[in-house]
Write a protein that binds this ligand. Sequence first.
Ligand SMILES: Cc1cc2nc3c(=O)[nH]c(=O)nc-3n(C[C@H](O)[C@H](O)[C@H](O)COP(=O)(O)O)c2cc1C
Ligand code: SF4
Ligand code: FES
Length: 530
Amino acid sequence: MVIRDALMETPRPDAGAIRRIAGRTGLPEATVRGWVSYYADLAEPPAVRVCTGTSCLLAGGDHVRARLQDAGETCRGVYCLGYCDRSPAWMDRAGAVHMGEPPMVADEGRSLPDTRCLASIEVVAGRLRQGGAANLRRARELGVYAGLESTLRRSPAELLDAMERSGNRGRGGAAFLTASKWRDCAGTPGDLRYVIANGDEGDPGSFIDRVLMEHDPHTIIEGMLLCGYAVGAGRGIVYIRSEYPRAIEVMGRAIEEARAEGILSRPLAGGGFSFDLEVFAGMGSYVCGEESALIASIEGLRGEVRIRPPYPTQHGLHGRPTVVNNVETLANVPFILHGGAEAYAAMGTDKTSGTKVVCFNRGFARPGMVEVEFGMSLRQLIEEVAGGGAEGRPLAAVIVGGPMGSLVTSDRWDQPMCYHALERAGIHLGHAGFVAVPEDADFEALLRHWMQFMIDESCGKCVPCRLGSQGAANALDAGGGREAVEQRLEPIFEVMEQGSLCAFGQYMPGPMRGLLEHFGERIFAGKDNR
Ligand SMILES: Cc1cc2nc3c(=O)[nH]c(=O)nc-3n(C[C@H](O)[C@H](O)[C@H](O)COP(=O)(O)O)c2cc1C
Ligand code: SF4
Ligand code: FES
């Protein structure tokens, strides 16, 4: 029995249960304890999950928690449930998501009444797909798997070339060239290779991966299969966060359907290739979205970041060459490899080709998702596509790319959405979740929210982030005016940015610094430096 299964049977084990699990698994008690303390789903009692993510915070989600607690519910905070367009959100113990208050509306899992999901996505330009379907028959009618047979007649080398011509960059945040990653994996010797779809999507403000997994799972399966063929991988895993129970269910069902129809686990491409995959459910850890932590988590370890190199393409899951790609990246693959590489490259900008699905939270006049070509300015997206602030409320700024992204004030909205141009301007696009920050927002609450997020979610592997996250909160709590707090905070932020092992510690200070720079006066109004 593996440790994960044993712990899932006994969430929140006491000392006796830890001893028994250690005995059954043959692991030291300290290892079992280390596991339990790392994953929120194992460490905390079963409870209603109330979203305390940025979008829900700004939408007044505190009231929801108070109301549920008044009604006698045990509540647990989670940082995002993937319904940021309808904040505030909470999830009952059966996994149904409820939105807004009052009245609270249960999403029964049959329909999404007001989200513009992919089936009805408003496409401004550069449409890649005609909407999706969870059901295989309907997905086939929409063209999923239609090009598979002929594409698998081409050689893996041809597919790698096509991926390179498309110029596609990963959509998970780092914007790494997908062809380079695939070539590296294909070129690393190994008896077995893996493809992992990263469906951890922890950034408050992003929900495209959830919607793709729930509404278009077969396109993701097709993308993973094609990736497997191109790099020589026969096995795949879709890693899905536990906060997305419906995505876990829908993806699992789609995999079974694809298996039953002989798309998976049967010889393809003239018999020389077969591919199969499974779903792995996360256990409540933001950092498990980072690829090396994600792999560690699948391997049955604490989800801590590993020092790289070696990269997963060289030494990935169980030491084998592994491609880890974001769900949206993989959903773009069928379009590119079924002959669309040039058409894909023609969309977007010189440096960033293709399209991106941008998510807008409830703070905008038109919340939801929109697929746009790269190149459109942030201003067009914010003011024209999303319609500016909800109910005409003026916006002070927009948070782009989650807590590791950027706080972007309106003087910088004329930048084009292009990974290259935005990086040059110091803006991290991340997964392109946009969260509106209205003029009358509580900026101090936002600052404290990000600090608490750092404390709760740091994996603890490296010293600058492990100590810096709590140190930053202490620096704020020590009181005083703006100058005093900034003097205490700045060295901590600097060490985190310079010395942290992964983007979490390196990028988390950025939005907080932006908040202090632009809204410090309001945060510290009336506080002196003594
Ligand atoms: C703290 C942290 C969290 C991350 N979370 C995610 C995530 O939820 N989803 C994701 O696709 N990538 C996430 N990433 C990026 C992954 O490490 C990796 O770069 C990505 O999955 C690669 O896919 P891509 O090349 O298709 O972008 C995260 C990175 C860090 C540092
Ligand atoms: S920066 Fe933070 S999240 Fe990343 S490895 Fe270090 S402790 Fe872990
Ligand atoms: S659902 Fe609350 S921040 Fe995403």
